[in-house]
Write a protein that binds this ligand. Structure first.
Ligand SMILES: [Zn+2]
Length: 170
Protein backbone atom coordinates (compact mmCIF):
# COMPACT_ATOMS: atom_id res chain seq x y z
CA UNK A 1 0.00 0.00 0.00
CA UNK A 2 1.27 3.40 -0.90
CA UNK A 3 0.39 6.77 0.46
CA UNK A 4 0.23 10.00 -1.49
CA UNK A 5 2.21 12.64 0.35
CA UNK A 6 0.99 16.22 -0.02
CA UNK A 7 2.87 19.34 0.88
CA UNK A 8 1.32 21.68 3.44
CA UNK A 9 -0.51 23.49 0.63
CA UNK A 10 -2.04 20.23 -0.66
CA UNK A 11 0.37 19.97 -3.59
CA UNK A 12 1.15 16.33 -4.33
CA UNK A 13 4.80 15.49 -3.77
CA UNK A 14 5.48 11.82 -3.96
CA UNK A 15 4.37 8.36 -3.03
CA UNK A 16 5.68 6.81 0.14
CA UNK A 17 5.12 3.44 1.71
CA UNK A 18 2.26 3.45 4.21
CA UNK A 19 4.68 2.60 7.02
CA UNK A 20 6.64 5.76 6.38
CA UNK A 21 3.39 7.70 6.07
CA UNK A 22 2.20 6.43 9.42
CA UNK A 23 5.55 7.36 10.99
CA UNK A 24 5.18 10.91 9.70
CA UNK A 25 1.68 11.10 11.18
CA UNK A 26 2.63 9.57 14.53
CA UNK A 27 5.58 11.92 14.87
CA UNK A 28 3.31 14.91 14.22
CA UNK A 29 5.03 15.78 10.97
CA UNK A 30 1.92 15.13 8.90
CA UNK A 31 -1.82 14.72 9.23
CA UNK A 32 -4.07 12.12 7.66
CA UNK A 33 -6.23 13.46 4.82
CA UNK A 34 -7.71 10.22 3.45
CA UNK A 35 -7.64 6.68 4.74
CA UNK A 36 -7.82 3.19 3.33
CA UNK A 37 -10.39 0.85 4.77
CA UNK A 38 -7.60 -1.52 5.85
CA UNK A 39 -6.29 -1.34 9.36
CA UNK A 40 -2.86 -2.02 10.68
CA UNK A 41 -2.57 -3.50 14.14
CA UNK A 42 0.14 -3.01 16.69
CA UNK A 43 0.22 -4.79 20.04
CA UNK A 44 -1.79 -2.14 21.81
CA UNK A 45 -3.78 -0.34 19.17
CA UNK A 46 -4.81 -0.25 15.52
CA UNK A 47 -4.64 2.43 12.88
CA UNK A 48 -6.31 2.88 9.55
CA UNK A 49 -3.74 2.92 6.79
CA UNK A 50 -3.38 6.42 5.42
CA UNK A 51 -3.99 6.82 1.67
CA UNK A 52 -3.30 10.57 1.56
CA UNK A 53 -1.37 12.57 4.14
CA UNK A 54 -0.40 16.23 4.31
CA UNK A 55 2.78 17.66 5.81
CA UNK A 56 2.18 20.07 8.66
CA UNK A 57 5.07 22.24 7.61
CA UNK A 58 5.67 23.47 4.10
CA UNK A 59 8.85 22.05 2.61
CA UNK A 60 10.62 23.14 -0.51
CA UNK A 61 10.60 20.19 -2.80
CA UNK A 62 11.07 21.49 -6.29
CA UNK A 63 11.97 18.28 -8.05
CA UNK A 64 8.73 16.42 -7.61
CA UNK A 65 6.39 19.32 -8.13
CA UNK A 66 6.95 19.89 -11.77
CA UNK A 67 9.76 17.95 -13.30
CA UNK A 68 10.64 14.67 -11.69
CA UNK A 69 14.13 13.91 -10.52
CA UNK A 70 16.37 12.44 -13.19
CA UNK A 71 17.52 9.22 -11.59
CA UNK A 72 17.86 5.66 -12.80
CA UNK A 73 14.53 4.47 -11.47
CA UNK A 74 12.63 7.37 -13.03
CA UNK A 75 14.44 7.00 -16.35
CA UNK A 76 13.42 3.33 -16.50
CA UNK A 77 9.81 4.28 -15.88
CA UNK A 78 9.86 7.14 -18.39
CA UNK A 79 11.29 4.87 -21.09
CA UNK A 80 8.81 2.09 -20.26
CA UNK A 81 11.63 -0.37 -19.54
CA UNK A 82 12.50 -0.48 -23.24
CA UNK A 83 15.85 0.11 -24.88
CA UNK A 84 15.52 3.42 -26.69
CA UNK A 85 17.79 2.22 -29.50
CA UNK A 86 16.65 -1.31 -30.37
CA UNK A 87 13.35 -1.45 -28.52
CA UNK A 88 14.07 -4.62 -26.59
CA UNK A 89 12.30 -4.91 -23.25
CA UNK A 90 14.64 -4.58 -20.29
CA UNK A 91 14.40 -5.46 -16.65
CA UNK A 92 15.95 -3.49 -13.87
CA UNK A 93 18.93 -5.82 -14.18
CA UNK A 94 19.39 -5.67 -17.95
CA UNK A 95 18.83 -1.95 -18.34
CA UNK A 96 21.64 0.54 -18.45
CA UNK A 97 21.57 4.29 -18.69
CA UNK A 98 23.08 5.72 -21.85
CA UNK A 99 24.28 9.28 -22.27
CA UNK A 100 23.20 10.42 -25.74
CA UNK A 101 26.10 12.85 -25.86
CA UNK A 102 28.75 10.81 -24.06
CA UNK A 103 30.03 12.13 -20.79
CA UNK A 104 33.53 12.07 -22.24
CA UNK A 105 32.31 14.67 -24.75
CA UNK A 106 30.71 16.90 -22.17
CA UNK A 107 27.27 15.27 -22.07
CA UNK A 108 25.47 15.83 -18.80
CA UNK A 109 23.15 13.63 -16.81
CA UNK A 110 19.83 15.33 -17.41
CA UNK A 111 16.49 14.24 -18.78
CA UNK A 112 17.32 15.32 -22.33
CA UNK A 113 20.64 13.48 -22.51
CA UNK A 114 19.95 10.12 -20.92
CA UNK A 115 17.93 7.17 -22.14
CA UNK A 116 17.47 3.58 -21.17
CA UNK A 117 19.63 1.27 -23.29
CA UNK A 118 20.07 -2.48 -23.17
CA UNK A 119 23.56 -3.65 -22.27
CA UNK A 120 24.19 -4.62 -25.87
CA UNK A 121 23.35 -1.23 -27.37
CA UNK A 122 25.10 0.54 -24.53
CA UNK A 123 28.26 -1.40 -25.20
CA UNK A 124 28.06 -0.95 -29.00
CA UNK A 125 27.48 2.76 -28.68
CA UNK A 126 30.30 3.21 -26.20
CA UNK A 127 31.54 6.77 -26.24
CA UNK A 128 30.28 7.43 -29.77
CA UNK A 129 27.48 9.82 -30.59
CA UNK A 130 24.16 8.38 -31.73
CA UNK A 131 25.01 9.16 -35.33
CA UNK A 132 28.54 7.78 -35.17
CA UNK A 133 27.19 4.56 -33.72
CA UNK A 134 24.63 4.33 -36.51
CA UNK A 135 21.85 4.30 -33.96
CA UNK A 136 18.53 6.06 -34.01
CA UNK A 137 16.58 7.14 -30.99
CA UNK A 138 13.09 5.70 -30.93
CA UNK A 139 11.74 8.76 -29.21
CA UNK A 140 13.06 12.16 -28.22
CA UNK A 141 13.74 12.11 -24.50
CA UNK A 142 11.53 14.40 -22.50
CA UNK A 143 11.53 15.57 -18.93
CA UNK A 144 8.47 13.91 -17.42
CA UNK A 145 6.37 15.48 -14.74
CA UNK A 146 6.07 13.63 -11.48
CA UNK A 147 2.47 12.83 -12.42
CA UNK A 148 3.44 11.12 -15.66
CA UNK A 149 5.85 8.96 -13.72
CA UNK A 150 3.26 8.06 -11.14
CA UNK A 151 0.80 7.14 -13.86
CA UNK A 152 3.41 5.13 -15.76
CA UNK A 153 5.11 3.58 -12.78
CA UNK A 154 2.24 2.62 -10.58
CA UNK A 155 -0.59 0.79 -12.22
CA UNK A 156 -2.91 1.17 -9.27
CA UNK A 157 -3.69 4.75 -8.51
CA UNK A 158 -5.93 4.91 -5.53
CA UNK A 159 -9.13 6.81 -6.23
CA UNK A 160 -8.64 8.93 -3.10
CA UNK A 161 -5.50 10.40 -4.69
CA UNK A 162 -7.21 11.68 -7.78
CA UNK A 163 -8.53 15.05 -6.53
CA UNK A 164 -4.97 16.01 -5.58
CA UNK A 165 -3.29 14.58 -8.61
CA UNK A 166 -5.71 16.19 -11.04
CA UNK A 167 -5.42 19.55 -9.33
CA UNK A 168 -1.69 19.48 -9.88
CA UNK A 169 -1.86 18.60 -13.56
CA UNK A 170 -4.51 21.21 -14.39
ZN1 LIG B 1 19.17 -2.09 -27.29
Amino acid sequence: MRTLLLNAGYEPMMLVGWQRALCLVLSDKAEVVEEYADKVRTISTSYKMPSVIRLNRYVRFVTCFGIAKCNRRNILIRDHYKCQYCGVACSNRTASIDHIIPRSKGGTTDWFNVVLACHDCNRRKGSKSVKEAGFKLRSQPIAPSWRELIVAGYANIDSTWMPYVEKESA
